[in-house]
Design a protein around this ligand. Structure first.
Ligand code: MRU
Length: 365
């Protein structure tokens, strides 16, 4: 299984996604700042993977403190370092809510350990265990979603996907790509159309790389080819991931997703969003409130040192768009498949999650 995030006490190893598929190179992070920069520069990317990396970043902060001053009480000189780490990591990428979900969980664990009088060594161990639990739980959630999603596809399905939602973007297996993996292993899938996903090419570079490793039949297409493939009757379903889902089901995902949803509706093709509960933000009433990251114009205007657009042409580079809930056939979560009206399903799951948290506070780590 592809595992792009590995941790050993004091070092977070990240498979450098900027260099795939040409090279499988690893980046070692031993400080919060290194983790934050790895997230910003997309060494690690994909909503769940960003959350997992950030959680390990918080653990690294505590580990470094423990190495510096031994097992002193958390109160005192160390107080504030974990808070600063959380604030720095929260600032890296604005759209994926998994980042904030994971950091909130790390903060809760930190406060619990501090209030219980833990020493710095114990705190570091506890935060490492919490980050590891977040990673392992994400893999388990992906496997559950994959089972639910594969059940929805017709025999011999030809699916179209956008961006990279695979093992690279998660704790393993993947969200939309996890459904594709499981459908393939069940003999239910015939073909995958892979959008190249301009401008960072997560589809061409990363999804194609993952599918090739698994021997899953696929064809890479430019993003603009989706409409004519649908019209020709060569797409049975669209499967995408998500970076944030609002309380009404509006879904932020990689730029170009909304366009696919409009096309799928026009051609009568089911459009499925696959995302774990950590991607749902029940506090946001609608997609209008989701912050959309604007990235460096150079990603669109050229590559590396090369610039193909005229120097004087202004460039817009929104990294995500919001698909309105009414265009989504179903949202496949690890807690079950939601159908419209999404307000009801999301409110029910939020209430259940609230009960689960207060009923089982020792569940983590
Ligand atoms: O900018 P990225 O590569 O982090 O964007 C990733 C996506 O939009 C994915 O579709 C989303 O995070 C779901 S990943 C399981």
């Amino acid at each position: 299984m592809i595992q792009a995030i590995r941790y050993e006490p004091g070092t977070l190893w990240l498979l450098d996604q900027r260099r795939l598929p040409a090279e499988e190179a690893w980046v070692a992070c031993s400080s919060v700042e290194q983790v934050a920069r790895a997230i910003e520069s997309m060494v690690v990317r994909g909503a769940p993977a960003i959350g997992i990396a950030a959680a390990y970043g918080v653990a690294l902060a505590a580990r470094r403190l423990a190495q510096g001053v031994g097992d002193a009480p958390v109160q005192g000189a160390a107080e504030g370092a974990v808070d600063r780490a959380i604030r720095r990591l929260a600032d890296t990428r604005p759209t994926a809510v998994n980042l904030h979900w994971a950091l909130a969980r790390m903060e809760e664990r930190y406060r619990r350990e501090r209030d219980a009088g833990a020493g710095l060594g114990e705190l570091a161990q506890a935060l490492e265990a919490e980050a590891r639990a977040i990673q392992e739980e994400d893999l388990a959630m992906c496997r559950r979603m994959a089972e639910y999603g594969a059940d929805l596809l017709p025999e011999g399905a030809r699916v179209l996907t956008h961006c990279n939602t695979g093992a690279l973007a998660t704790g393993g297996h993947g969200t939309a790509l996890g459904v594709i993996r499981t459908a393939w292993s069940r003999g239910r899938l015939r073909h995958v159309w892979v959008d190249e996903t301009r401008p960072v090419l997560q589809g061409a570079r990363l999804t194609a790389w993952e599918l090739l490793k698994e021997g899953i039949p696929h064809t890479l297409i430019v993003d603009g080819a989706a409409a004519s493939l649908m019209r020709a009757g060569r797409v049975d379903a669209v499967l995408v991931g998500a970076d944030r889902i609002a309380a009404n089901g509006d879904t932020a995902n990689k730029i170009g997703t909304y366009m696919l949803a409009v096309l799928a509706r026009h051609h009568g093709i089911p459009f499925y969003v696959v995302a774990p509960w950590s991607t749902v933000d029940p506090a946001l009433p609608s997609g209008a409130h989701i912050p959309i990251e604007e990235r460096n114009p150079q990603e669109v205007a050229g590559y590396g040192e090369a610039r193909w657009a005229p120097e004087a042409s202004p460039v817009a580079n929104p990294a995500f768009d919001v698909t309105p809930a009414e265009l989504i056939t179903a949202i496949i979560t690890d807690r079950g498949v939601l159908r419209p009206p999404y307000e009801e399903g999301i409110a029910r799951l939020a209430a259940e999650a609230g009960r689960a948290t207060s009923a089982a506070p020792e569940r983590r780590g």
